[in-house]
Design a protein around this ligand. Structure first.
Ligand SMILES: Cc1cc2nc3c(=O)[nH]c(=O)nc-3n(C[C@H](O)[C@H](O)[C@H](O)COP(=O)(O)OP(=O)(O)OC[C@H]3O[C@@H](n4cnc5c(N)ncnc54)[C@H](O)[C@@H]3O)c2cc1C
Length: 537
């Protein structure tokens, strides 16, 4: 039997598995991803790559490819609440199209609509297919064992399954990362449960093509239509901006699923031809694994947490897990990570999973708790009044939060032993109060150093010490990091705007772009700081 050796084995080539492979490769670690399918996404769930994920894609050099994947730049990004598509409009949030919008002041990237069937090939191109690249398609993990030095996995090569021999292989890795999705076989085999936070619900996802609909809608077009009528109260979303749509349906009260054709006809009141592409049931669970680690095995993405798609935080939470774990594994494999560094993956990421789960559920509840009077679509004065009152309620209840939540994407803070807090201007926990800060644990602020070059472009490989007070005295930090083999780069920045953004004279930033330590004075014992932030404490 063939045996393959690698430093890190990643099981599952969904978006999160490919993200952690990208991060490990970026960090110079030998890894590969096992994916049981041929890599072709037939039921694209993810529609939008969030702004923080786009910053990571920028680091991996694929953000431009994602921006140019196919979403029309002049397509409206509005969200409209309607009694039906082409029926009465109740409320609309206007968002400028990508062609019209400028970058936000807090990021060198914006989020990007890019359905998963466009997004996945960009990762596949970047990673390449095994054996030249990191992606081993048509390969299924069957079994695994772990001991103190590594993990041994048995896999089936599905490409050659029909042939009589040679279809099983053994992989020996130092670590294994379970990115095998919500039903994670690996998590179950490790005996790790996942706490349920809210009631499980069953939905139907109907993808269809109605190529003439965008033109028929003209200026009434939107990216997302929230249907507000007594039959359907779910979203209908433009998938590719070219006439492909996804309609989410909650099975009727009698528990029966909708006839997809009838449901589309009820959702769209304009006469237009359509063709159903897929009609799949899916279960919405709100679960977070009890632990994100079992020895040398780590749980990342949906194997660790599942959340409501309302808000589009699911994959993005997984990509941030991937970057948090990626640099830590690289540090351990390269020998400079401290003995407790890997424990901080769970300490840092599990609370963020719970936070994002609750944010997504708040969005879901806002929609599901709305009562729909039967006269909602009526032309009568009563119908008009109902719609007017509902619109006022939507404005008040903050429906915009589901579609414009930079604080959810950027405003989380790691509270862990490898973050040295100073308790000065501690940021609010409320994501809707978020603004950029260099408070330890937070994502370091973005500012333009020069056209096209963000402060974020300085981070990624090793630690970075930013000084806004010149270079004097920094050599003690360099000596300390050299003593421990910790990669450290120094940047003395002479720019008052960036200095103001960073608040302190000295700011130490981790490879994932989060602040580890900051101060106005240089420490007497930089070695103690280096030890803390590398996980030796
Ligand atoms: C309707 C809907 C819309 C959504 N929209 C968004 C959005 O806009 N933005 C967002 O951030 N999130 C969104 N999400 C959530 C998002 O889809 C998930 O969070 C994301 O797909 C999780 O990625 P993953 O890689 O962890 O898992 P998955 O995407 O589930 O991938 C797991 C992979 O592991 C493979 N696998 C499993 N077992 C094995 C094995 N034994 N051997 C080899 N391979 C294996 C599977 O084939 C699969 O490819 C949405 C979800 C839904 C349901």
């Amino acid at each position: 039997m063939n045996t393959i050796k690698t430093e890190v084995l990643i099981v599952g080539g969904g978006p999160v598995g490919m993200a952690i492979a990208s991060e490990l490769r970026y960090q110079g670690i030998d890894c590969f991803v096992l994916e049981q399918t041929d890599g072709v996404v037939t039921d694209p769930k993810v529609s939008t790559v969030g702004p923080r994920s786009m910053e990571f894609c920028r680091r991996w050099g694929i953000s431009e490819a994602i921006r140019n994947a196919g979403w029309p730049k002049d397509h409206t990004l509005d969200v409209a609440w309607v009694t039906s598509v082409g029926g009465k409009e109740i409320f609309r949030i206007k968002f400028p199209s990508y062609a019209e919008r400028s970058l936000p002041e807090y990021s060198p990237e914006t989020e990007q609509v890019c359905p998963q069937d466009w997004f996945a090939p960009k990762f596949i191109n970047y990673l390449g297919k095994y054996p030249q690249g990191n992606l081993k398609l048509l390969s299924r993990l069957e079994n695994f064992t772990q001991n103190e030095t590594g993990v041994v996995a048995q896999i089936t090569n599905l490409e050659s399954e029909s042939s009589k021999s040679g279809n099983t292989e053994t992989i020996e890795a130092q670590y294994m990362i379970a990115c095998d999705g919500a039903r994670s076989q690996i998590r179950k085999q490790c005996g790790i449960g996942a706490q349920t936070f809210h009631e499980t619900q069953v939905f139907q996802s109907v993808v269809f093509e109605a190529p003439e609909l965008p033109d028929l809608l003209g200026t009434n077009n939107a990216m997302v239509f929230f249907l507000v009528n007594p039959i359907i109260q779910e979203p209908l979303r433009a998938v590719d901006g070219k006439g492909k749509y996804r309609l989410i349906l909650k099975p009727r009260e009698d528990g029966k699923i909708y006839d997809a054709e009838e449901a589309i006809a009820a959702a769209i009141s304009i006469d237009t031809p359509f063709k159903i592409i897929s009609n799949m049931p899916w279960r919405l669970t709100h679960r977070v694994a009890e632990t994100f680690r079992d020895g040398r095995i780590f749980f990342v993405g949906d194997s660790a947490h599942t959340l409501s798609p309302s808000g589009g935080f699911g994959m993005n939470t997984g990509i941030a897990d991937a970057v948090d774990l990626g640099w830590k594994l690289a540090a351990i494999i390269k020998g400079w990570g401290g003995s407790k560094l890997l424990d901080t993956y769970e300490t840092e990421r599990r609370p963020i999973a719970v936070r994002n789960l609750e944010q997504a559920n708040a969005n879901l509840q806002r929609t599901q708790k709305r009562s729909i009077p039967p006269a909602i679509a009526s032309d009568s004065p009563q119908g008009r009044e109902i719609r007017q009152k509902m619109a006022e309620g939507m404005e008040r209840s903050g429906v915009k939060r589901e579609f414009d939540a930079p604080g959810v994407h950027f405003g989380f803070r790691y509270q862990s032993p490898i973050v040295i807090e100073d308790n000065i201007n501690v940021p609010s926990e409320d994501p809707f109060q978020w603004s950029q800060t260099s408070y330890p644990g937070c994502r370091a602020p973005h500012g333009w150093l020069e056209p096209g070059k963000s402060t974020l472009d300085l981070f990624g490989h090793g630690f970075v010490l930013l000084s806004f007070k010149g270079k004097e005295g920094l050599e003690t930090f360099v000596t300390a990091s050299q003593q421990r083999g910790v990669p450290l780069k120094l940047h003395a920045i002479d720019n008052p705007d960036i200095a103001e953004l960073y608040e302190k004279a000295y700011v130490l930033v981790r490879p994932d772009g989060h602040v580890a330590w900051r101060s106005d004075i240089l420490p007497n014992n930089p070695l103690a700081i280096i030890d803390r932030v590398r996980g030796e404490f």
